[in-house]
Design a protein around this ligand. Structure first.
Ligand SMILES: *Cc1c(COP(=O)(O)O)cnc(C)c1O
Length: 414
């Protein structure tokens, strides 16, 4: 919780916001060293800013990683994590039940860059889907909104057998409930917009590198890391920065330089505030998620409940292994009789608001089939784990009795 920033005598106790685009140097030669990555420091906030670096370091430390960076949103981070390894002609493996924004990013936008993907079902045998040009395996610890749990060890083992890293989106579990790097993942990403900020106030993201994946052992697959970068005076990232920070340095020096999805200092400050209470809030989100699920599971107007911490859930065994202290506050459930009843139920809720958001301090809910998954067609929503009658409810920090009373009165009205 206190990682990242350690004030010395007389320094501010809270992390200082350095709201400055640029930094002053006495000589051009000193600045040249920064441009050459020969000394560390700041020169322009599109690339690096002191508070963003400190908050990224805190997240990397919470995850057990060696280096980290913030970006302006979860979407940019998913792209950075993958594009730092892939180029036109390459291939990615991912479960189909991932966040719809990431699914679109990979299947539509990255496809336009000629980066292909194979989407697998969570339980599928993996070896057969790898190709010589596969560069990364991607997955979500707890998928949004399908709430499937990733078998991190199985995906990591398959990735490593084929010489590529496993990237895990740990947004829903947070490092409080799961640390994927300790379970075999190589790179962890977060939409800090969700539980880490936790108050519906700040869009953002972070990448943490576990520093374990041996890029040099698979040097032919990752030339961007293992051969000279001509756009950086011939630096070879693995040689200069080692396994611990080659990945993040390349993502900062190259992708942030060219694409510029940098986080703002004030947003980094907000994210840090969230991090300081994350462990307390996660416990409460999980307690509420569990109580709401138990109530829903016994209700005659509820067809099914998806919550991996509930015994009997298909992902309960994986949750017991990877999420022994709780999963998250997001619950999925089917309203009996279908799509229209699900929407009617939501309309009757008084406390839980209808929002395109999760992981807020205030309870919110969404009908994925008519919103986030509306643009999908044919079999795509089912492959993403979305059914017409499904409601995704993100249990906030309110009292659980109030929350259950609100759900009960709304179910009574349909
Ligand atoms: C919300 C979300 C994202 C995207 O994050 P943004 O900050 O909204 O860009 C990525 N992955 C998961 C699991 C999410 O829930």
């Amino acid at each position: 919780m206190q990682g990242g920033y350690t004030p010395t005598n007389g320094q501010p106790r809270q992390i200082p916001i350095i709201q400055s685009t640029t930094f002053k140097y006495d000589t051009s030669d000193e600045m040249a060293k920064l441009f050459d990555l020969e000394s560390s420091g700041h020169f322009y906030s599109r690339l690096q800013n002191p508070i963003c670096d400190l908050v990224a370091a805190k997240i990397a430390r919470l995850e057990g990683g060696t280096a980290g960076m913030l970006t302006s949103s979860g979407q940019s981070t998913s792209f950075f994590a993958l594009f730092n390894l892939c180029q036109a002609g390459d291939h990615i493996v991912s479960p189909s039940s991932i966040y719809d924004g990431t699914y679109n990013l990979i299947s539509v936008t990255m496809a336009k860059m000629e980066i292909a993907a194979t989407f697998v079902s969570p339980d599928q045998e993996l070896d057969a889907v790898f190709q010589p040009n596969t560069k990364a395996v991607f997955g979500e610890t707890i998928a949004n909104p399908a709430l499937t749990v990733l078998s991190i060890a199985r995906f990591a083992d398959a990735a490593h057998r084929h010489g590529v890293p496993l990237i895990v989106d740990n947004t829903f579990a947070t490092p409080v409930n799961c640390r994927p790097i300790h379970r075999g993942a190589d790179i962890v990403i977060h939409s800090t917009t969700k539980y880490i900020d936790g108050h519906g106030g700040t869009v953002g993201d972070a990448i943490g590198d576990g520093g374990k994946f041996d890029w040099m052992a698979h040097a032919d697959k990752f030339p961007g890391l293992t051969t000279p970068d001509e756009s950086y005076h011939g630096i070879t990232y693995t040689e200069r920065f080692g396994l611990g920070s080659a990945f993040i340095t390349k993502a900062t020096a190259q992708l942030m330089r060219d694409l510029g999805c940098s986080q703002s200092p004030i947003s980094a400050y907000m994210i840090n505030l969230g991090l300081e209470s994350l462990h307390m809030r996660m416990a409460r989100h999980c307690e509420n998620g569990q109580a709401v699920t138990e109530f829903l599971a016994g209700h005659p107007k509820v067809a099914y409940v998806d919550y991996c911490s509930l015994p009997g859930d298909p992902y309960h065994a994986l949750a017991s292994k990877y999420l022994p202290n709780g999963s998250c506050g997001v619950v999925g459930f089917g309203v009996q009789d279908g799509r229209e009843e699900a929407k009617a139920f939501m309309g009757h809720l008084k406390m839980a608001a209808i929002e395109t958001h999760v992981a807020d301090a205030r309870t919110c809910c969404l009908h994925p089939a008519s919103t986030t998954h509306r643009q999908m067609n044919n079999d795509q929503p089912a492959a993403a784990g979305v059914k017409p009658e499904m409601v995704r409810m993100s249990c906030g920090l309110e009292g659980k009795a109030d929350l259950i009373a609100d759900i009960a009165q709304a179910l009574d009205k349909i």
